[in-house]
Write a protein that binds this ligand. Structure first.
Ligand SMILES: Cc1cc2nc3c(=O)[nH]c(=O)nc-3n(C[C@H](O)[C@H](O)[C@H](O)COP(=O)(O)OP(=O)(O)OC[C@H]3O[C@@H](n4cnc5c(N)ncnc54)[C@H](O)[C@@H]3O)c2cc1C
Length: 431
C-alpha cells in the first residue's frame, strides 16, 4: 500500500511545532551563540522554560522510544518533525533531539549498562548536559582502520593515549565517547577497537584547541582537537563489548546521517522560499525576476531536486522503521548522505545568486548555509565513501554475462527470439 499523506493528528503537531519555532525559537537563533553552551544561567533558564513547553506538548526527544522518555515516533514521523526543526539552529536543542547528543543517547540506550545509563544517558535525556563523540583522528578520518589512539588495560583501568580531531562540542561536553584501539593484533581488523566513556575533566584529557568551520570567527569553534596522555578510566567504562566499536559506530552514524538529512530538508526549503520571495519582489526593466525564463528554470530545478531528495529521505526513514536495523538500510542511508550536500549546495547557491550582492553579503544567511552544505559533504564520512557503499551494494549479486555480448545486445536477442518463436510466427502468417 502506498500513501503520501500525513495523518491529521501528526499534522496538527507539525503545525504546532512550526508556529512555536517561528515565534519562540527563531529569535534565539538571532541573538544567541552555540546551543551547547550552557554557561550563561539566564540563557539556560530561558531554554529550560521553552523545553518544558515542548515536554508538556509531548514532543520531547521524539527520536527515542517511550521507555526513554521519547514518543517512539519511528523515523518516518520523526523525519516530518525534523524537517520543521531543521530551519532553526536552536530548535533541535529545544526539542531534545540535537546532534551529536541524539546519536550518543541512541548508543547509550542500545549498548549501555544500567549504571552507564543512569550516569550518562539520563542527564543527556533530561537536557542537563551535552556530550561528544570522538572517533576521527588528525591523520585519518574516512578510513577508521587507520586510527591509532590506544586504550590498554592496566589492572582494573584503561589507559588512553593518542589524539582525536573535530570532536564536536568537546569544550561543552560532560563526557566523551572515544573510539580506541584495544586489541591491535586482533585477526579481524574490525574487532581491534572499542568505545570508552570518558568523563570531562579526566586527568590526561586536554582540549588542545577548538576548531571552527566556514564563517565561524576565531574563538567560536566547537570542534575539539583532543589529546589523551595516560588518561585513566575504570574497566567498566567500555560502551558495548570489547572489540565492538565498529558495531556501535555503525548504529550511531546510521541514525545520525538520516537525521541530518531530515533537518537539511528544512534548511533547503528555507533557502528555496527566500528564492521564490526574491523572484516576485525584485524587478529589472524586463519585469519581475520570476518572469525571466532562466530564473524560472532555476526555480523549477530547485523544486524538483528538493522533492526528489525529500522522497528518498522519507522512503529511507520508512525502510528503517520496517527493517529496524540500520545495516539493512545501509545503501539507502549512504545514498541520502551522498545526495544531501549536492542538493543543499545547488539550491542555496541559486538562491544566493538571485539576491545579487545582498545574497553574498553577511546580511543574508546564504554563505553560512553554503558552508553547512560543504560540511555535510565531509562530516560523518565524505561523499566519495558513501557513493562507494552504494555502488558496492548495487553490484553485489549481479551475474557477469556469459560470452562476449551484453545480455541486452539486440542482434543476440533477435536471434534468440527467432529461434524460439520464428517458426510459429511464420506458420501463423502463412495459414
Ligand atoms: C563540522 C564537522 C563536525 C564533525 N564532527 C565530528 C565528531 O563529532 N566526531 C568525530 O569523530 N568526527 C567528526 N568530524 C570528522 C568527520 O567525520 C571527518 O572529517 C570525516 O570522516 C572525513 O575525515 P577527514 O577529515 O580525516 O578526511 P580524510 O579521510 O583525510 O579525507 C579527505 C578527502 O579525501 C577523499 N577521500 C577519502 N577517502 C576516500 C575514498 N575512500 N574514496 C575517494 N575519496 C576519498 C575525500 O575527498 C575526502 O573528503 C566532523 C567533521 C566536520 C567537518
Amino acid at each position: 500500500m502506498w500513501s503520501f499523506e500525513t495523518d491529521p493528528d501528526h499534522q496538527a503537531e507539525l503545525d504546532w511545532a512550526a508556529h512555536f519555532i517561528a515565534t519562540e525559537v527563531e529569535p534565539l537563533d538571532m541573538l544567541l551563540g552555540s546551543p551547547f553552551d550552557r554557561s550563561d544561567p539566564a540563557v539556560a533558564a530561558h531554554v529550560r522554560s521553552l523545553q518544558d513547553v515542548v515536554r508538556a506538548r509531548g514532543l520531547w526527544a521524539c527520536h527515542l522510544g517511550p521507555e526513554l522518555g521519547g514518543q517512539g515516533y519511528g523515523q518516518l514521523r520523526l523525519a516530518l518533525l525534523n524537517e520543521v526543526l531543521g530551519g532553526s539552529s536552536w530548535a533541535p536543542t529545544i526539542f531534545g533531539c540535537q546532534a551529536p547528543d541524539s546519536g550518543n543517547a541512541e548508543i547509550l540506550a542500545h549498548f549501555g549498562t544500567p549504571e552507564q545509563q543512569d550516569r550518562y544517558l539520563q542527564p543527556l535525556l533530561d537536557g542537563e548536559v551535552c556530550s561528544t563523540y570522538a572517533m576521527t583522528e588528525p591523520h585519518a578520518g574516512a578510513d577508521p582502520l587507520l586510527f591509532t589512539t590506544t586504550a590498554r588495560r592496566d589492572g582494573d583501568e584503561w589507559v588512553i593515549d593518542g589524539e582525536k580531531w573535530f570532536a564536536t562540542n568537546a569544550r561543552f561536553a560532560a563526557f566523551l565517547i572515544v573510539m580506541c584501539v584495544t586489541d591491535p593484533d586482533a585477526q579481524d581488523p574490525h574487532r581491534r577497537m572499542s568505545m570508552l566513556l570518558v568523563p570531562a575533566g579526566t586527568p590526561g584529557v586536554e582540549v588542545v584547541r577548538s576548531v571552527g568551520v566556514g564563517t565561524d570567527r576565531p574563538g567560536e569553534g566547537t570542534h575539539g582537537y583532543l589529546r589523551f596522555t595516560g588518561a585513566r578510566v575504570p574497566a567498566d567504562a567500555l560502551l558495548g563489548e570489547e572489540g565492538q566499536a565498529f558495531v556501535v559506530a555503525q548504529t550511531r552514524l546510521g541514525g545520525g546521517r538520516i537525521h541530518h538529512a531530515m533537518r537539511t530538508i528544512g534548511q533547503v526549503r528555507a533557502a528555496f522560499d527566500m528564492m521564490r520571495e526574491r523572484a516576485v519582489s525584485r524587478s529589472t526593466r524586463a519585469g519581475a525576476l520570476g518572469s525571466l525564463q532562466m530564473v524560472q528554470e532555476q526555480i523549477a530545478d530547485s523544486w524538483i531536486e528538493i522533492e526528489q531528495f525529500r522522497l528518498l529521505v522519507l522512503r529511507t526513514a520508512w525502510l528503517i522503521d520496517k527493517e529496524q536495523d540500520y545495516l539493512r538500510v545501509r545503501k539507502e542511508i549512504a545514498a541520502v548522505k551522498a545526495l544531501m550536500p549536492k542538493v543543499f549546495s545547488d539550491v542555496v547557491s541559486r538562491a544566493m545568486h538571485l539576491h545579487g550582492a545582498l545574497g553574498v553579503s553577511e546580511e543574508m544567511p546564504f554563505m553560512a548555509m553554503l558552508s553547512r552544505a560543504e560540511v555535510m559533504a565531509v562530516a560523518d564520512g565524505p561523499t566519495e565513501v558513501h557513493k562507494v557503499t552504494v555502488a558496492r551494494q548495487l553490484l553485489r549479486g549481479v551475474e557477469p554475462v556469459d560470452g562476449l555480448w551484453p545480455s541486452a545486445h539486440l542482434p543476440s536477442r533477435r536471434a534468440a527470439a527467432q529461434a524460439r518463436l520464428g517458426a510459429t510466427l511464420e506458420a501463423g502468417v502463412v495459414s
